[in-house]
Design a binder for this molecule. Structure first.
Ligand SMILES: Nc1ncnc2c1ncn2[C@@H]1O[C@H](COP(=O)(O)OP(=O)(O)O)[C@@H](O)[C@H]1O
Ligand SMILES: [Mg+2]
Length: 247
């Protein structure tokens, strides 16, 4: 019997008037730094990567985060995952958030693939027992069994991606964040990942996806949030968001 709460919208992500500013440095040499100090010129300028962004994402939604380079997509995903904190505004998440935001984050080059699975899974909030239970599945999905005891610094970027993606999609999660990563792997692996992501969505997981493959994301995601210069330019059906982006 379905629980009453199944019919209710359940917010998984709440973003309320979020601002994130980075300092951009302008000087490089000691001489330039000294001159700037004498002339009282600022050494940095503020760059508003996110400038008052608000949106809510409900359980089970699939959302494409769209925008050109530098529009703030990765910054937004880092805020949702908790890697970064906002300067102003609120970022709330409910449930376990997992994902692939930067390939390489949460991996140690001097450790083997096997050791990195445990390290990375722990960072994603998995216990050792949970990871052990899924270890074989993680390795099988990655298709790199042969190299699992090799230090990951010897991996190609494709092999690395395979392992990182495999760990991410096998963690216990409510929200899955994916940033650009599908573009790194070869085509058969991309297809396999996409199929797995669709499966997770069908199970009710919430997706937030960034990709330059606009056809793929508008197909995968129902909703599109278009960022432009750190602000939300459009939030609605993904096909419309892509059309606005291309206009
Ligand atoms: N740690 C940082 N320090 C300074 N600037 C940053 C930092 N991270 C991102 N930025 C800047 O913020 C802007 C938005 O970056 P990002 O969120 O990565 O955009 P996108 O993923 O949409 O391409 C870019 O112009 C980028 O250079
Ligand atoms: Mg990015």
């Amino acid at each position: 019997m379905p629980k009453i709460s199944d019919a209710q919208p359940l917010p998984r992500i709440i973003i309320d008037d979020v601002h994130k500013t980075f300092k951009l440095r302008h000087t490089h040499s000691i001489k330039e730094t000294a001159l700037a100090a004498i002339r009282r010129k600022p050494l940095t300028t503020d760059f508003h990567a996110l400038d008052g962004v608000s949106f809510d994402i409900q359980q089970g939604e699939s959302v494409a985060l769209l925008g050109f380079n530098g529009s703030g997509k990765s910054t937004m995903l880092k805020l949702i995952s908790g890697v970064l904190e906002p300067d102003e505004g609120t970022v709330l998440t409910r449930g376990r958030v997992a994902g692939l935001i930067e390939v390489g984050a949460g991996f140690h080059p001097d450790l083997s693939g096997r050791e990195n699975i445990f390290l990375n899974a722990a960072i994603l909030g998995m216990t050792k027992k949970e990871t052990e239970a899924r270890y074989d599945e993680i390795v099988a999905f990655s298709e790199i069994e042969q190299f699992i005891d090799t230090e990951v610094k010897h991996y190609s970027s494709g092999m690395f991606l395979r392992l990182a993606f495999s760990v991410a999609i096998h963690t216990e999660m409510d929200v899955l964040l994916i940033d650009e990563i599908l573009s790194v792997g070869d085509e058969p692996f991309q297809k396999k990942c996409l199929a797995r992501v669709r499966e997770l969505h069908a199970q009710g997981k919430t997706l937030v996806v960034v990709s330059h493959d606009l056809n793929m994301v508008s197909n995968l995601c129902d909703r599109g949030i278009l960022l432009q210069k750190g602000k939300v330019r459009f939030d609605g059906p993904s096909a419309e968001a892509v059309a606005v982006m291309r206009s």
